[in-house]
Design a protein around this ligand. Structure first.
Ligand SMILES: *Cc1c(COP(=O)(O)O)cnc(C)c1O
Length: 363
């Protein structure tokens, strides 16, 4: 299947042609060529700019789930505790991963249409005393953005815990200050704002986190410890993906040259337009407060008198692809993805026009 006519799926997003060019090139071996390690190092520096951090950047191959698992397996020993701050599926997922990897976990839960309250999180950290506190910046299935990361990070550090944040679908789409928020391990994927295929995973790792990683001494495909001295050691734990590394470079160079602030503005403009046009079409926003709505993805209730299946079918017939949902939001809430290459007012306009037509014809 080729790309959608009008694609507003919340990741994977359209891969623009200038990025796809990376896959037209044939390269030497990423295991031995100096040029590859130089490219890796350039990308580390560009990511540090994007994330406002001096922390070491690890760029591994594999989809973002691989580093969500890495953040859990590399920081906990048998029976140690993780507190998952959750107002959605990805937040809860950290607790599930911890349990399944042989650790203990607890969830500080908030409604899916809400964002975490730092006071309540602090109380739970104080009582539970976890080694790791996890949080999610953009809960993609709920279309919410957690604006309280800094307070949560402070509470984690107050009680000596590491702060792990999934910003897979938000980094690059809005302000994110890894060092100021105290994020010890930050997790980013390639198929969201960066607009690549789902081939790379990017982690920012603080000195405190490296100490813990060294002590835990985890070995496995997702082990962070092998990456500590890449690229200086001129060795990666497996053959890297040169085409994707080049694609990442093309994407980041364009973002930095265009100005990061301008990229944030593109996202907030596209998001606002989406919310406004949705309201006009008669849709109801899912987040209970408009300020909680993410600049990268907008979640609306499935309109009354429609099942998700019929609504989706009607939109698909007119060439529009949007995102459905999972878990308890399945069938009730759908999503418009306007991140990266899709943070585009014209694209959002064409998509929302179709939604309006479909709803009017049925009204
Ligand atoms: C996309 C995404 C991931 C990666 O998950 P996939 O479903 O495998 O793409 C992780 N966390 C968040 C918040 C995401 O949006």
């Amino acid at each position: 299947m080729k790309a959608y006519k009008i694609g507003l799926i919340p990741g994977p997003v359209y891969v623009p042609e200038f990025i796809r060019e990376a896959w037209l090139e044939d390269y030497g071996s990423a295991d031995i060529e100096e040029e590859f390690f130089n490219l890796y190092s350039q990308n580390q520096r560009l990511i540090q700019k994007l994330l406002n951090t001096k922390n070491k950047i690890v760029i591994s191959s594999g989809e973002a789930m691989s580093i969500l698992w890495a953040s859990v397996k590399n920081t906990l020993k048998h029976d140690e505790k993780l507190l998952a701050v959750a107002s959605g599926l990805f937040g809860e997922g950290f607790a599930w991963m911890a349990e399944n990897a042989g650790f203990q976990s607890k969830i500080t839960a908030f409604d899916y249409d809400d964002i975490p309250d730092p006071e309540r999180v602090r109380d739970d950290i104080k009582k539970y005393r976890p080694k790791i506190v996890t949080a999610v910046h953009c809960e993609t299935p709920s279309g919410t953005i957690n604006n309280n990361l800094k307070e949560i990070g402070r509470a984690a550090h107050e009680f000596g815990a590491l702060f792990v944040v999934d910003f897979v679908s938000s980094a690059g789409g809005c302000a994110l200050d890894v060092d100021d928020y105290g994020i010890d391990i930050g997790l980013l994927g390639s198929q969201k704002v960066l607009s690549l295929t789902s081939s790379l995973s990017i982690s920012s790792i603080s000195e405190r986190a490296w100490e813990v990683i060294k002590n835990v001494n985890y070995h496995g495909y997702e082990a962070y410890q092998y990456w500590r001295d890449v690229p200086e050691c001129k060795y990666t734990p497996y053959t890297h993906d040169w085409q994707s590394m080049k694609a990442l470079n093309l994407s980041l160079e364009k973002i930095i040259a265009g100005g990061i602030e301008n990229l944030f503005k593109k996202h907030s403009d596209a998001a606002k337009l989406c919310r406004d046009l949705g309201r006009e079409a008669g849709l109801k926003l899912f987040p209970k407060n408009e300020n909680f709505s993410s600049p990268t993805v907008t979640a609306f209730y499935v309109p009354e008198n429609w099942t998700w299946e019929n609504f989706n079918l009607a939109l698909r017939k007119k060439g529009l692809a949007v995102g459905g949902n999972y878990g308890k939001l399945e069938g009730h809430v759908f999503r418009i993805g306007h991140m990266g290459s899709q943070a585009d007012k014209d694209l959002v306009n064409s998509g929302m026009k179709i939604i309006k037509e479909v709803l009017n014809n049925n009204g």
